[in-house]
Ligand binder design. Structure first.
Ligand SMILES: [Zn+2]
Length: 421
């Protein structure tokens, strides 16, 4: 058993302080108070040990609190001291295309594994690599890369499954997706064939609900357990609501590339704001969305329905310059990514920066921002029974950050991946 000793710990379900998280066989075995005196607000912990002897591996525990002195995380006889940091569930980025020079469309194990390592530094412990609109062959190649990485396993963050972002989207709201390769006249059968090809590698598909066969396709995907997201859409309010009723439960990059809220035709944005069931992705870099618009979204949806995503491209973690996104050239200037038409084409955002932006600019509590980056995406994708909070029985996906939002500790499935003193 390894123990993580925490100071402040936002578990995703509540906020605790001074707890010991027991990790065994990759799972969270216990979440218990670290010792006397217990804070009065430990209401949610019902199975407090009567004495230290109740801890099975008591010999792993330090002899005295003095052994925990200092803020540096360090292993000490099976105990890692994170008490000077804030402990959170590992972040889950369900929408990004690349980083550190890698692009999901490269379709190689090296690219996906490289991304899994790159994402650790921003606190990500699991992720959905996203494809771009491309030829059927190239999308299949990307899926093969994801499938291979799922089979072989990755060295960093864990893959949930691929997110197919195009080509089943609106021409008018295509954003940076290549117009000539869009498939607005797709059929359910065509999309299902892609799912079959992926053989379990596809977690999620985006489509525009107003397209001719969209509702039937949403229903078919949901029957197969594939998550459906709505976006890159010109949907009217009624069409958007129909897509949500059919089973689309996430709006991709809310406000961006979707029919805006007009007071007589509230569009996709209006449906996202008024339909309680749909989660709202937000690219919170204040480039894609004005802080006031982000604040309105947060107010309308509440902290349990917003999902922080990065939509990051291969330039993430690197400097300004020329890159490409799914084969199309893009330019990064001042961290802002645009294609040759001048359209925003993804971001260079990291999840920890999005969390910081939500806290510092939108004035949300860190516990709320952390849920937007962890519990909410896990719930939206139906994996909250396994990850997305620090709870007994779940996979040990745990991070710790300091007061400057530096990620200092990352554990994926019980393995320590980053520990910075
Ligand atoms: Zn997009």
């Amino acid at each position: 058993m390894t123990y993580l000793r925490t100071g402040v710990c936002h578990t995703g379900e509540g906020s605790l302080s001074n707890v010991l998280i027991g990790v065994e066989n990759g799972r969270i075995a216990s979440v218990r108070p670290a010792g006397d005196p217990f804070p009065a607000d430990f209401g949610s912990i019902r199975d407090m040990p009567a004495s230290p002897a109740d801890f099975g591996s008591a010999r792993d525990m330090p002899a005295s609190p003095a052994d925990f002195a200092g803020a540096s995380p360090r292993p000490a006889g099976g105990v890692i001291d994170l008490s000077g940091l804030t402990v959170l569930p590992g972040f889950i980025d369900i929408h990004f295309h690349g980083g550190n020079g890698y692009d999901v469309m490269q379709g190689t194990y090296e690219a996906i594994n490289g991304l899994s390592l790159h994402k650790l530094a921003e606190g990500v412990t699991s992720f959905c690599p996203a494809t771009m609109t491309d030829t059927p062959e190239n999308i299949r190649r990307a899926l093969s890369g994801v499938r291979g990485a799922l089979e072989r396993g990755t060295d960093g963050a864990r893959i949930i499954g691929a997110f197919i972002e195009g080509p089943y989207i609106s021409r008018e709201f295509r954003g940076a997706h290549t117009e000539r390769l869009l498939r607005p006249d797709f059929t359910a059968r065509e999309v299902e064939e892609l799912i079959d090809f992926g053989a379990g590698a596809v977690a999620s598909v985006a489509l525009a609900p107003e397209l001719p066969n969209a509702l039937e396709t949403i229903a078919a995907l949901r029957r197969r357990g594939v998550n459906v997201r709505l976006g890159h859409t010109a949907a009217t309010f009624a069409e958007a609501k129909a897509g949500i009723a059919a089973g689309g439960n996430v709006a991709i990059h809310t406000y961006n590339a979707m029919s805006p809220l007009n007071h007589r035709e509230p569009g996709m944005v209006g449906a996202v704001m008024t339909e309680p069931g749909i989660y709202a992705e937000l690219i919170c870099d204040f480039i894609h969305v004005h802080p006031a618009a982000a604040a309105i979204l947060l107010k309308m949806k509440g902290p349990d329905k917003v999902i922080l995503v990065t939509d990051c491209i291969s330039a993430g973690g690197l400097g300004d310059g020329e890159y490409n996104l799914g084969g199309e050239p893009v330019t990064v200037a001042g961290g802002v990514v645009r294609n040759s038409e001048g359209r925003l084409a993804g971001s260079t955002l990291s999840v920890i920066t999005a969390v910081r932006n939500v806290c510092e600019t939108l004035n949300a509590p860190l516990a709320d921002a952390a849920r937007m980056a962890s519990a909410n995406p896990a719930k939206a994708l139906g994996i909250y029974d396994r990850t997305g909070s620090i709870s007994e029985g779940k996979t040990a996906d745990i991070i710790a950050i300091d007061g400057e939002y530096n990620v200092r500790f990352v554990m994926v499935g019980g393995e320590v991946k980053i520990m910075r003193g």
